[in-house]
Write a protein that binds this ligand. Structure first.
Ligand SMILES: CC(C)(COP(=O)(O)OP(=O)(O)OC[C@H]1O[C@@H](n2cnc3c(N)ncnc32)[C@H](O)[C@@H]1OP(=O)(O)O)[C@@H](O)C(=O)NCCC(=O)NCCS
Length: 180
């Protein structure tokens, strides 16, 4: 009976959730808690976005939830300092590509190495899952973020005209080839 049940479970289209043991990391002068994002974080993630994007929230509650509940393999990480969320990153895998969907760090914590660390963690996850590339879109005018992506090995691939609906702004499509 148990064997039959196990076989039945293996046939269900459920995917094994990615594990990511939480860790304390010293980055620059501070210790940070790095852990997987949970549904309960979404309210605070909205607040983080408001502080990062001058009151705007590019990702709504349902955008976060649909990513966290997605059937595609994904990894969403949060950074905590003094029991407060100070940044996050997300990536979903498809066809051998790890697509970085979102990354943001609170203004007071920017330029301290957190973005670099999170990108490194996502790259390790993509490598572990046999991806051959990482990709992302960034606003053409967001030179600061592009500087970080170039620093960690991304190159420009294309311009996507009018990619951002709200502002009709163009996006730069960037890629990093990995596992070569
Ligand atoms: C872009 C972002 C995620 C980078 O994270 P970060 O933790 O500030 O980045 P790091 O400290 O690891 O790396 C800093 C590098 O990125 C660049 N950089 C990007 N934003 C920076 C900032 N606000 N202050 C300082 N450096 C910044 C610099 O080239 C720097 O390199 P250097 O240290 O050799 O000078 C963060 O600044 C942010 O949240 N920005 C607003 C939201 C955003 O633009 N998200 C990206 C959408 S595609």
């Amino acid at each position: 009976m148990l064997k039959k049940f196990k076989t039945f479970l293996q046939c269900l289209p459920f995917r094994q959730e990615e594990t990511y043991p939480m860790q304390i990391q010293k980055i620059g002068e501070n210790d940070y808690l790095i852990r997987k994002m949970a549904r309960e974080d979404v309210k605070e993630l909205i607040d983080v976005q408001r502080m990062v994007y001058d009151g705007k929230i590019p990702w709504t509650r349902s955008a976060f939830l649909s990513e966290l509940l997605s059937a595609l393999p994904h990894l969403y990480l949060c950074v905590e300092h003094s029991e407060r969320l100070v940044g996050f990153i997300g990536c979903r895998l498809s066809d051998g590509d790890g697509h970085i969907t979102n990354i943001a760090i609170l203004p007071a914590y920017q330029g301290k190495g957190l973005g670099t660390f999170l990108l490194k963690e996502i790259e390790a996850y993509a490598i572990k899952n046999q991806c051959t590339s990482l990709s992302l879109e960034v606003r053409l005018g967001n030179r600061e973020a592009q500087r970080l992506y170039r620093k960690v090995g991304f190159v420009s691939r294309a311009v996507k005209n009018g990619y951002y609906d709200e502002t009709n702004e163009d996006a730069l499509d960037m890629v990093k080839y990995i596992n070569e």
